[in-house]
Ligand binder design. Structure first.
Ligand code: SF4
Length: 312
């Protein structure tokens, strides 16, 4: 059936937009391409599709994240990376026997082969299950690190196979074991544990900076896969019960250069993409807390002042 289509690409795949548009046009469809920034399948351009009268959104590069009430087709983009550096990388793992193996959706079809290479080197390999947003065992997403966290107690070290640091770092922050990344694209491998230490220090620092905060801005994204108004309302009620003020702030994409203009607030609370808190918060002049940080902060404040000073 010929349709009016909106195509949506994450930033790394936008370079192929015209090629895909032409193919679909040649089949007789009317085709439009979204130029809006895209960060994942949590961020479907459904309102944009509706605004131009499109009958279907074709989302490239990510698997389904959450069910939505609009026709969406997901076109997945897998990449087969070379195993060339794996033998050298395995030498770095000589002190560890039981390995937890993770990757991204782009390389999930290679997971069994990487596992076999590690096993051939005498390792025991465990592959964990995601929490729910990711779809495959061993897959990590920026916001679903269950495939690593769920096996943290069973392994001696983790190995991530894939490009870049965005995906492994979410897992590094949420686990406790040595974490090794093998990047087959730049042909490099490295331990990522120093990032975990820095993250812990930043987390502590945020609590200290927020200890006297009185006015909280709670960020709620309107992106279909990120919105969590229920959590925001629960946090607002808890903050107000503690004698402070809070307001819920909404946006489709939080641009911290503009959030900084909301100067009355002493601290912000993130209920949107969890990676805003870990990766982007330096652009915000005030601390950006997680929901757990807020509970920790309110609990700390309920304690006698002397005890708070010792713990903060
Ligand atoms: S990490 Fe953030 S941007 Fe990526 S899929 Fe999860 S919510 Fe979306």
């Amino acid at each position: 059936m010929l349709m009016k289509l909106l195509l949506q690409f994450p930033e790394g795949l936008k370079q192929f937009a015209l090629e895909h548009a032409k193919k679909l046009e040649a089949q007789g469809h009317e085709v439009f391409v979204s130029a809006t920034p895209n960060f994942g399948a949590c961020d479907l351009a459904i309102e944009e599709a509706k605004a131009i009268g499109a009958e279907k959104l074709i989302h490239f590069g990510h698997a389904e994240f959450k069910k939505v009430d609009f026709p969406v087709e997901y076109i997945f983009h897998s990449q087969t990376a070379s195993y060339e550096i794996i033998p050298d990388a395995i030498k770095e793992l000589s002190n560890y026997q039981t390995i937890g193996l993770v990757t991204t959706i782009q390389h999930i079809h290679q997971l069994d082969e990487v596992k076999a290479l590690l096993e051939a080197a005498g390792k025991t390999v465990i592959i964990g299950k995601p929490y729910g947003f990711a779809k495959h065992p061993g897959q990590v997403l920026g916001c679903d690190i269950g495939s690593a966290a769920s096996i943290d107690r069973k392994v001696e070290a983790f190995v991530y196979f894939g490009g870049g640091l965005f995906h492994p770092l979410g897992a590094v922050y949420s686990t406790t074991k040595p974490f090794f990344a093998i990047d087959p694209f730049i042909k490099k491998f490295m331990w990522l544990d120093s990032y975990r230490e820095e993250h812990r220090k930043r987390e502590r620092g945020k609590i200290v900076r927020s200890i006297d905060a009185k006015r909280f801005g709670i960020l709620v994204s309107t992106k279909n896969g990120q919105t969590n108004m229920h959590l925001a309302k629960v946090l607002k009620a808890k903050i107000e019960l503690s004698g402070c003020e809070a307001a819920i702030l909404t946006s489709n994409t939080f641009d911290f250069d503009y959030v900084n203009n909301l100067m009355e607030f002493d601290a912000f609370v993130n209920t949107a993409c969890p990676r805003l808190t870990t990766d982007d918060n330096e652009r915000l002049r005030k601390p950006l807390l997680t929901a757990n940080n807020v509970i920790e902060l309110l609990t700390l404040r309920a304690q006698p002042k002397q005890q708070v000073a010792q713990q903060a």
